[in-house]
Design a protein around this ligand. Structure first.
Ligand code: LLP
Length: 421
């Protein structure tokens, strides 16, 4: 459920008309709903209400400071994968003890800065990383709390580019090797082993891979406790999928996901952490764009928008589906026609949808891409020297621009021409 619905024939974000936002900020832009972000975060809180837990929002899905502040104020922890994301979490007022640092390639500088600023735990992905953390922490005279990310060799049954839990993926330590690496961790100075971490992929629409992975984590917890480790925290990653295509079956609900967690690891007495991104931010955002031209091609019609692959890369990168709807509601029963919906970027990959049935829309009309709040703005680029587009946060009957569209002067000012040219 989200808070983007038609009211008097105009798409609204909560109580604000998308047309009004477009008039104020111009298109294209992203608009987020505070009520949807809050609701989705609370669904996870409810799903884990049976246990001590921390829901760590995966900042990579949407890193706008206002979004982080909203979630942080609700009590969310943050899952970060770079020191840049760490700085964002801190700037949004989230304390270090609620920040988990994940990622396969943390640099020494990033590790030191996180230790300095305070960190809940590093999710460690290799022995060399473990050794680096040990050296840096002991050199600073501090102890680094760590969990080892294990790779359970489970097929997440999702898009190959976002599956992470198979042995051939670059992530984690093979679960069969985990006991040896935990023994090393226990011997190393400056390291406090607090738990186990696992993350098998993103946009999972089936609970079974979670069940398999968490069962393996439960077995490993028991084995590690026998080995004398004080395993007190389990970080079960993110990955629960959202319904991009509304006509398809709905993916499982957070409450059902919480039941899988309870069934598999609930009897271990561990504090549970999860790292959802997409399910919190995905359906909390739309990308709004204007139609520039309607072009009749050879046997196909192209709807050319002012948004492009640089603003929302998911369709061209993963072949991802996004619902695209007119901001002014089509009349019931109106005839639809198939269109290729494209952006102005100079490559054929800049295609959002092929042969998509659309009601009549023409130049100047607004359309909205649904489910664009996750992995939308954060993956945007300035390809073709197109400015990054603004982000707007709506709450009730008001909205604010939470990221400005840069001016061309600002964009150009980041380059410099050497004096010898
Ligand atoms: N934790 C870790 C360690 C992750 O790598 C990820 C996502 C998450 C949590 C959050 O997963 P979520 O709950 O959002 O599924 N750009 C791709 C998605 C990449 C996901 C990467 N890792 C897309 O647009 O589909």
């Amino acid at each position: 459920m989200d808070h983007f619905t038609y009211s008097n024939g105009i798409l609204h974000a909560e109580d604000v008309s998308i047309t009004d936002i477009a008039t104020t900020v111009g298109t294209p832009f992203y608009a987020y709903s505070a009520a949807t972000l809050t609701r989705h975060f609370q669904l996870f809180q409810e799903a884990l209400a049976w246990t001590d837990h921390l829901v760590c929002f995966a900042i990579k899905s949407n890193s706008n400071l206002a979004v982080l502040k909203l979630l942080g104020d609700l009590g969310a922890g943050m899952d970060v994968v770079s020191i840049g994301e760490y700085h964002r979490a801190k700037a949004a007022g989230v304390p270090g003890e609620r920040i988990v640092f994940s990622g396969v390639g943390k640099t020494r500088e990033e590790i030191a800065l996180a230790l300095q600023g305070g960190i809940r735990q590093f999710n460690v992905e290799s022995e060399p990383e473990l050794e680096a953390i040990s050296q840096i922490a002991s050199g600073m005279g501090v102890t680094a709390p760590i969990a080892l990310r294990v790779n359970p060799d489970v097929d997440a049954k999702t898009h190959e580019k976002i599956a992470t839990g198979k042995s051939e993926n670059k992530f984690g330590i093979p679960i069969a090797k985990a006991r040896t690496v935990y023994a090393l961790a226990a011997r190393l100075p400056g390291i406090d082993v607090v738990g186990i971490d696992v993350h098998i992929g993103s946009q999972l629409t089936d609970l079974e891979p979670f069940e398999l992975a968490f069962t393996k984590v439960a077995d490993l917890t028991r084995a590690l406790r026998e080995d004398g480790h004080n395993i007190r925290r389990l970080d079960l990653g993110g990955g629960l999928g959202i319904p991009y295509e509304r006509s398809n079956d709905a993916p499982p609900l957070p409450i059902e996901y919480g039941q899988v967690i309870q069934r598999t690891v609930g009897d271990l007495g561990c504090e549970i952490e999860i790292e959802p991104g997409r399910l919190i931010s995905g359906n909390a955002g739309v990308l709004v764009s204007s139609v520039i031209y309607l072009k009749q091609g050879d046997g196909r019609n192209f709807l050319i928008l002012d948004a492009a692959m640089n603003d929302l890369v998911r369709p061209s990168m993963y072949g991802a589906y996004h619902d695209i709807i007119p901001v002014v509601q089509a009349e019931a029963g109106v005839e639809q026609s198939a269109m290729d919906i494209v952006g102005p970027v100079c490559e054929t990959g800049d295609t959002f949808a092929k042969g998509r049935n659309m009601p009549p829309v023409g130049p100047g009309d607004l359309v909205a891409f649904r489910s664009a709040g996750a992995y939308g703005a954060v993956m945007a680029s300035e390809y073709n020297s197109r400015p990054l587009i603004p982000e707007v946060l709506v709450q009730g009957d008001h909205f604010a621009v939470i990221r400005q569209r840069p001016s061309f002067e600002e964009m150009l000012s980041r380059d410099s021409i050497p004096e010898w040219l």
